[in-house]
Design a protein around this ligand. Structure first.
Ligand code: ATP
Ligand code: MG
Length: 407
């Protein structure tokens, strides 16, 4: 994979395109050997593409397909292959129509986007930048726009189908088991023997932000055969991990809780402090959240916990806003305020300095459902961002567990 763009080298943006494409290619059964990033410089773009074609069977370039002079991917591909650029009349028409459709005048420089290295086939634009594909000595080179949504659409329409054909009979299938509240090393300890004895499927760990994912990947001729290989291993892993293994194939705890709420026809509401709205954001990340999510009160200040959430002044005074009692009261207040079946809450010290003698990372999360209120004291670690994410996943997980235990 070749990322083109000086902003990538300067660290102004992260190479999320490479991450996304790698994941998709793994699913398609394609081994990825190199990620390379090169700036907007014709010679270096050309030599990077030449090197990539030399050592890989398929090269996917992203970025540098725009209309401005620093967009050099077309020129770079042509130079790498020693061919000329030709203006493609069909593409000229396509680009002109895109601008007409948007009701905008096409700047003359956009015509540059209709240039193609000799031998290349254009890929229909999603935005305004066309992509391209060409074959050389049995190798494939794709160039896709840098804009992530354009890249993703083109990857799905053109690149993955072409590579699946090439990969032939083998397909990689992955299932993930989301693990909450155990941590990576404890999770590993519990299933180390299963991991060690596996070759197909293979078992790997992905950890971060308070959740661990156990990834089970099988290679087989068909998706069904791969799933048949995965199934017994997944079963054994889930049995070992018990309640920490989140049921279903979801990869985030927010989705898993959403599913569980939807299944029961239950609604949820939040009152959150240190997370400042992140719990609401996590619950609304996937579409269909309106099926179960009613709203979130962001009660950051102590006065807001009292005046907005309606927490008893006494409770706050005696226990402090970061306390088991406050978390429980906030969860109940959230449910009452919105008329929800389940109330969730988080209050804690995100840092960087301690608060009322409580160390950074002290977090209390609460959940109220079916007449029961549960609070968990979580010791989060890391920087402010990490602590807040930890609070989010811990809150959602407590809600999930309470829901599964039933009213
Ligand atoms: P455009 O036609 O919009 O100019 P382009 O193909 O020329 O697209 P670039 O100019 O390289 O692409 O990048 C456009 C934008 O796409 C960048 O500003 C950045 O926001 C995003 N982008 C580019 N490359 C990447 C990447 N590797 N990972 C994530 N985002 C990227
Ligand atoms: Mg550009």
């Amino acid at each position: 994979l070749v990322g083109v763009g000086t902003e990538l080298l300067l660290g102004q943006i992260a190479n999320t395109n490479a991450q996304y494409i790698s994941q998709e290619l793994a699913d398609a059964g394609v081994d990825v050997y190199f990620h390379v990033v090169v700036g907007d410089n014709l010679e270096r773009v050309a030599s990077t593409i030449a090197t990539a074609l030399d050592r890989s069977e398929v090269v996917v370039v992203t970025g540098g397909l725009g209309p401005t002079p620093d967009d050099l991917t077309r020129e770079g591909v042509a130079a790498a292959l020693g061919v000329a650029l030709r203006r493609d009349d069909h593409l000229v028409g396509v680009i002109k129509r895109i601008f007409e459709g948007l009701g905008r005048v096409m700047p003359a420089e956009n015509l540059k986007q209709a240039d193609l290295p000799e031998g290349a086939t254009p890929l229909e634009p999603e935005g305004t930048a066309p992509g391209l594909v060409l074959e050389r000595d049995g190798k494939l080179l794709f160039a896709l726009p840098g804009v992530p949504w354009e890249m993703k659409a083109m990857l799905g329409k053109f690149v993955l189908p072409a590579l699946r054909d090439r990969a032939g009979e083998s397909t990689l299938v992955t299932r993930q088991v989301l693990v909450m509240g155990l941590g990576e090393s404890m999770t590993h300890e519990k299933i180390a023997d299963i991991v060690a004895e596996q070759t197909n499927p293979t078992v790997a760990f992905l950890a971060g932000r308070g959740q661990v994912r156990v990834r089970i990947t099988a290679k087989a001729e068909t998706e069904r055969e791969a799933l048949e290989l995965i199934h017994p291993v997944e079963q054994r892993i889930r049995e070992r991990l018990g309640e920490a293994a989140v049921p279903g194939g979801r990869t985030t705890i927010a989705q898993a809780l959403g599913d569980a709420l939807r299944e029961r026809g239950a609604s949820a509401a939040v009152a959150e402090s240190l997370t400042g709205g992140l719990i609401g954001a996590a619950l609304t990340e996937t579409d269909g959240a309106s099926d179960f999510f009613l709203g979130s009160l962001v009660t950051y200040a102590t006065a807001a916990k009292r005046d907005v959430a309606g927490i008893d002044e006494d409770v706050l005074d005696r226990n402090g806003p970061v306390s088991e009692r406050a978390a429980g009261a906030l969860a109940e207040a959230a449910a009452a305020h919105f008329g929800a079946d389940m109330g969730l809450s988080a209050t804690g010290v995100a840092g960087p300095t301690e608060q009322d003698g409580m160390p950074v990372g002290t977090v209390f999360v609460g959940a109220a459902y079916g007449g029961r209120t549960e609070v968990r004291h979580v010791r989060a670690y890391g920087d402010r961002d990490h602590i807040r994410q930890f609070a989010v996943t811990s809150t959602l997980d407590l809600g999930r567990r309470l829901l599964h235990r039933g009213p």
